[in-house]
Design a protein around this ligand. Structure first.
Ligand code: HEM
Length: 472
């Protein structure tokens, strides 16, 4: 497990280069955009609209829809750039089908660059994105997911076995612990207890990323402040552990049999003469950190909302317990109910409010001409609401039982060539976790909760508090 001294220096340099290269400096240098003819929107200052769009998404998106109709324009920082939001399924379909050479997503995610790195799937566009997606996809196909299932189930069973009976606790905290463990073991494939113990705090600090790190490159003097130095030091520590794991895994004697995501990614293209068919150490590091940041808190949040909604209704709890028992016996109907629960939870409480595409050439969506440089995207918040669902405010998993909602009205994972690569993974994990919870416990929600924005996800403000008692 020890790293050679030159590896340490090497890793430190890689971390420093990434943070400097990927910080936000370049975004403010984008050319201005012609906004003539764009749909209406508020005329408030751009900073106010940006804050409202992200921080107060739960009332601002529906308010925009009511005030300006199904398509509206918001001005965003930096520089009041136009962001045109679409909410009609037919327009969202056109948007997701847009040419990936024109509809770039990577630029909109560039704020994540210092942490995720330039090779991150979330940050790439065009040919680079296509190549990385092709290399990553096999690790997330149906067969691979079936391979992860039993380890996810074991981790979920271990976690819920330790829940305190008859005491109120925040289910979000427990779900965060569990989904982190799933990423470390099932995605990174780390089994060494010492390394797991070293990774957990680094990974927690990375997930809790201080937005300050994004400004280090723009204002180098800020690097002298303690908060920045701590962030960079944590990044260095995480990178050191990740590179050590990657380098050891490449030569692991059991690499061929290992089923974790990292081992699969390392095996990709090993027989090919073309090095571009394989992922380098830096690419692997960037993709792993991306999977961690994209897959951990998002899945934990969706699960805690599901527990919150179920625990408010004893009838739903009984039905979910019956489904969990059936699912444990291998009955597909049991799985179908648990799957419907997690999907309805993602509809009612969308974890991510919007996805972004920045136009590299002018394009027409829903009959509206949008200029080059403008950003477009669907409002997931509005698409999941009363515009497309009856009694939209009611938690009702039967909406997803034996039926699919109309295309582009359920889009928690975005869409098109950028659709979340971990969608199947998180649904599989959701079903496994709900099964283990409801096989064991009666669940009751304690008090009410409401969404609060944490980083980019909408989490339950009070942590979705629940009480559990062992089933009779
Ligand atoms: C409830 C759980 C999750 C939600 C709500 C979610 C949501 C999303 C959304 C909205 C996007 C952007 C899609 C777009 O631009 O059209 C995305 C992309 C992505 N997600 Fe997820 N995600 C979840 C879980 C996961 C998991 C478990 C992983 C991996 C282990 C993951 C990895 C990724 C990656 C790598 C991308 C970038 C895809 C690309 O740009 O090609 N996500 N996710």
């Amino acid at each position: 497990m020890a790293l050679l001294e030159h590896d340490l220096t090497d890793t430190r340099a890689l971390t420093a280069q990434r943070i400097e290269r990927m910080s936000l400096g370049s975004v403010s240098k984008l050319p201005p955009v012609d906004t003539t003819g764009l749909p209406d929107g508020p005329s408030w200052p751009a900073w106010m609209q940006t804050v409202a769009l992200f921080r107060f998404r739960h009332w601002f998106h529906p308010w925009l829809r009511r005030t300006y109709g199904p398509t509206f324009t918001v001005r965003m920082l930096p520089g009041g750039r136009p962001f045109v939001l679409f909410t009609r399924p037919e327009d969202i379909k056109e948007l997701f089908a847009g040419d990936p050479e024109v509809f770039h997503a990577g630029k909109g995610n560039s704020i994540l660059g210092p942490v995720m790195g330039e090779h991150s799937l979330l940050l790439q566009d065009g040919g680079e994105h296509k190549r990385a997606r092709k290399l990553l996809m096999p690790a997330f196909n149906g067969q691979a997911l079936r391979g992860y299932h039993s380890l996810v189930t074991d981790l979920a069973r271990d976690e819920v076995a330790h829940w305190p009976a008859d005491r109120t606790f925040a289910s979000l905290d427990r779900m965060n612990t569990l989904t982190l463990e799933v990423i470390l073991r099932v995605v990174f494939g780390v089994t060494d207890e010492q390394r797991l113990a070293a990774l957990r705090p680094c990974v927690n600090a990375t997930v809790d990323v201080n937005p300050a790190v994004m400004l280090v490159g723009t204002y180098p003097l800020l690097q002298r402040l303690r908060v920045f130095r701590d962030v960079v030091a944590n990044q260095e520590a995480l990178d050191r552990l990740m590179y050590a794991e990657i380098r050891e895994r490449r030569t692991a004697p059991d690499l061929a049999e290992r089923t974790d995501v990292l081992s699969r990614l390392i095996r990709e293209g090993v027989d090919s003469a073309d090095p571009s068919d394989r992922l380098s150490d830096t690419e692997l590091r960037d993709q792993l950190v991306t999977l961690l940041l994209a897959g951990h808190e998002t899945t934990a949040t969706a699960l805690s909302w599901a527990l919150y909604e179920l625990g408010r209704d004893p009838e739903l709890v009984r039905r979910t317990q019956a489904a969990a028992d059936a699912s444990a016996r291998g009955d597909a109907e049991g799985d179908a109910w648990l799957d419907a629960v997690i999907k309805e939870s993602m509809r009612l409480h969308p974890v991510i409010p919007i996805v972004l595409r920045t136009l590299q050439e002018p394009a027409t969506i829903g009959g509206i001409d949008i200029p080059v440089g403008a950003t477009v995207g669907p409002s997931i918040v509005v698409a999941h609401g009363e515009a497309n669902y009856e009694r939209a405010e009611v938690f009702d998993p039967t909406r997803f039982l034996g039926q699919k909602p109309p295309t582009n009205t359920w889009i928690p994972f975005g869409g098109g060539v950028r659709r979340c690569i971990g969608a199947g993974f998180s649904l599989m994990e959701g079903v496994a976790v709900l099964r283990e919870v409801f096989r064991r416990y009666d669940v009751t929600t304690v008090g009410s909760d409401e969404p609060r924005v944490r980083n980019i996800t909408s989490v339950p403000r009070r942590g979705a508090r629940i009480r559990v008692t062992a089933r009779g």
